[in-house]
Design a protein around this ligand. Sequence first.
Ligand code: NAD
Ligand code: UDP
Length: 339
Amino acid sequence: MAKVLVTGGAGYIGSHTCLELLNAGHEVVVLDNLSNSSEESLHRVQALASKTLDFVQGDIRDQKILDQIFQTHQIDAVIHFAGLKAVGESQQIPLEYFDNNIAGSISLFQAMQRARVFKLVFSSSATVYGESNISPLNEDMPTGMPTNNYGYTKLIVEQLLQKLSAADERWSIALLRYFNPVGAHKSGQIGEDPQGIPNNLMPYVTQVAVGRREKLAVFGHDYDTPDGTGVRDYIHVVDLANAHLCALNNRLDTQGCRVWNIGTGNGISVLQVKNTFEQVNGVTIPFEFVARREGDVATCFADNTRALKELGWTPKYGLEDMLADSWNWQKQNPNGYRD
Ligand code: NAD
Ligand code: UDP
């Protein structure tokens, strides 16, 4: 069993990962500045696990807090989720993104090095593949130039980590390229809680279903896809959380830096998401077709063979589970954690 520092652990993917870590018997310390989350998620994680974790409210750019954490706790590994993730916002306030995501990550890696903690799992994204590769995307394909500043920060941090591990063999790093995380824990107690108008499809759909938004705008229906709408690889957040545990186990006794795609390998269109959501949950989602969203690709899904083979990870949940669980969370928490 390991003691794991989880940066950004109060957020959507972080909270689900903390729960799986506790359930598996690991000890957890969370560092989160709550800039996009609420401590309530961690109260609920602890209640669900019937176990406690340590929470430190603070910023990954704060070296003092980081040193304090590493001095107080015998940390074996770090799972690094903390960062900003809104694509549109990253175009408006790029420096905030460079500072939180790139400078923040460097600050964390420096503190890890001072504390001689060299095991790391990093949240990357399929966005690093850029626009020119054809799905299914595999890890040997070249990375591209992401179309936005958010994606750029992920690519830069990936490259920094590859160079770091090449220069110092003590590092052992997992770069997990997530496809499209959706869904929520079966209990409906924790889930995705975006602030303001959601950028992503799934929270938008559930907010329409719960009456917080009038209708879904489907971005483009003239793509070269079976029904003309964009195709993505949706992955249940609990399967994604478990991929972190598999990556952690893999890294505890290996060195170097390795990339894994974390997706199901299934391409699902926007209309399929909408229609299946309606069928599974018995609700209607009013929608209209609007213009394509700038920077969107037609199709993006994973070749996940490497993760299945090397991490011993298998996604357990299908599209219907993802959509039922997203709705269960939203229905029980119409205003997220703010109730
Ligand atoms: P989230 O916003 O719910 O979680 C991120 C957490 O980090 C939040 O709790 C936030 O308060 C915290 N945080 C932000 N900046 C911080 C800082 N400087 N110091 C300390 N804490 C800070 O996002 P999420 O969906 O859980 O994503 C987690 C990670 O996965 C992010 O790095 C994100 O870029 C990456 N990712 C997410 C997706 C997705 O679609 N959700 C896809 C690919 C990659
Ligand atoms: N999408 C949409 N309406 C929305 C949000 C998203 O039609 O309100 C589409 C988007 O064009 C893409 C898919 O849904 O084809 C997934 O978008 P999301 O933003 O969730 O993920 P990403 O584009 O980052 O893969």
